[in-house]
Design a binder for this molecule. Structure first.
Ligand code: PLP
Length: 446
């Protein structure tokens, strides 16, 4: 019989979290048949609806499944299905003349890695020991100097997604609520699904999370974490301004258990300044700084600095796996960060991307489309009918990403266009996107 005696919170959420933990720690093994709802309700002195709500929550996370009259059973989320949103973005990309679907930087605008790698490989200070500091001291010094707040702890992981994965694994338990921006990066939603989190979507405007919706989410959901992209938000192009940072920090003060996770994945190619909630909430913010967009996706490095609890837990857990991110690559990154020529190349990339996005955004706005966002390599375009837009663009040899995988609510009304490789004067592309964004009958009338 399941030991309910340690259950403290008898709300649906409390019951879901308690059972979720029991599934996670193996007390309730996969395949266990749960007692009937009414029996549990009687035992706990709550209404059957409360237990049903808890079950619904767990079923949504894939932690349990109902076999109808045969009962409800413990299961684990199917890992094969895990990256389903991500796959919707990446699958089925045939050969297109112009691929604006990928979210990746323009290879022609990346600083060359070869000289930095060659210099790194001939340094005498690279490790031969498993016991060395996982962060190359020189890289740590360079990055700490510019960090937007004094980090309690600091680590380097294999890209922003690896950092998110490792920190969230240490933070989120089945049934925990996590606030995300809506729209957001599809692999993040997939990751939260795998962790069994209950996603609480909050809309974004040009400056990030909408404070009114965020206030409601904090009050109603008491989330364990909120995950934001402080600038170059993928896909919306939002970026914090100082007022928004103040407003969000003020709201977070009344939710002391909520960890802030900032995913600054675009890093040095973002045009907007590096603002952080960590300046206000230093002991419960972790900020990830990515180098994939600025220095190359295959450099596969991101830094993370901030609250020691989650960062140290993630770094310690990694000791049981790869232990550290290649110090050879860390040294190459350090070489690139102090190299004036490489820095100029990154600055050039940043201004090219800004020009390319402005070209598309201005062009679409002039044609009457309500395109918002102000930073990064992605433009979030509202369309009448997503499927029609994808097909209409494909017919002209242009690939863009469907908006639905980025959405928690209100799918099917956007496409995401990556402008990284768009030529600076692509009037025909602007025209094609504008036409594809409208219903076929509206185009015919125009
Ligand atoms: C919001 C966001 N986070 C994380 C990533 C992944 O970054 P990385 O390549 O550093 O893992 C991306 C990639 O596009 C992204 O858009």
């Amino acid at each position: 019989m399941f030991a309910w005696s340690r259950l403290e919170d008898r709300s649906a959420r409390g019951i879901a979290a308690f059972v979720g933990r029991a599934i996670r720690d193996g007390t309730l093994p996969v395949g266990t048949r749960l007692a009937p709802v009414r029996a549990i309700a009687r035992e706990l002195g709550v209404s059957p609806t409360t237990v049903s709500d808890a079950w619904r929550e767990l079923a949504r996370n894939g932690a349990i499944e109902s076999h109808g009259r045969n009962g409800t059973y413990v299961r684990l989320p199917d890992p094969v299905l895990a990256p389903r949103r991500y796959r919707q973005v990446t699958d089925g990309r045939a050969e297109f003349e112009l691929d604006l679907s990928t979210g990746t930087p323009d290879p022609a605008l990346l600083p060359p890695l070869a000289p930095a790698l060659a210099r790194a490989a001939t340094r005498g200070d690279l490790t031969t020991s498993y016991a060395d500091d996982p962060v190359l001291p020189e890289l740590g010094d360079i990055l700490r100097e510019d960090w937007p707040f004094p980090p309690e702890s600091f680590a380097v992981f294999d890209g922003a997604m690896d950092a998110l994965d490792r920190v969230l694994r240490e933070t989120v338990r089945i049934g925990d609520r996590v606030v995300v921006e809506d729209p957001t990066f599809p692999p993040l939603l997939d990751l939260l699904d795998v962790l069994g989190a209950v996603v609480v979507p909050v809309g974004v405007d040009e400056c990030g999370l909408r404070p009114d919706e965020f206030a409601t989410a904090l009050r109603d959901a008491d989330p364990v974490a909120v995950i934001v992209q402080p600038r170059a938000q993928n896909p919306s192009g939002a970026a914090f301004d100082p007022e928004r940072v103040d407003a969000l920090a003020r709201l977070l003060r009344s939710s002391p258990r909520t960890l802030v996770v900032e995913d600054d994945h675009a890093g040095a190619i973002a045009s907007e300044p590096r603002l952080s909630l960590g300046a206000h909430l230093v002991d419960r913010t972790v900020t990830i700084l990515g180098f994939s967009k600025s220095h190359g996706p295959d450099l596969r490095l991101a830094a993370i600095g901030g609250a020691s609890g989650p960062i140290d837990a993630a770094a310690t857990r990694r000791q049981l796996g790869p232990g550290w991110s290649s110090r050879l690559l860390q040294a190459a990154l350090a070489e690139l960060l102090v190299d004036a020529h490489a820095s100029d190349q990154v600055a050039t990339a940043r201004s090219r991307y800004a020009r390319r996005r402005l070209h598309l955004v201005d062009g679409l706005r002039k044609r009457g489309l309500a395109v918002s966002g102000r930073d990064g390599i992605n433009v979030w375009v509202p369309v009448d009918d997503e499927q029609h837009a994808l097909v209409a663009l494909a017919a002209r040899g242009i690939a863009v990403a469907p908006g639905t995988p980025f959405r928690v609510v209100d799918p099917r009304h956007h496409i995401r266009v990556t402008v990284a490789s768009l030529s600076d004067s692509a009037a025909d592309v602007v025209d094609a996107i504008d036409r594809a964004a409208r219903r076929p009958d509206a185009v015919r009338r125009a």
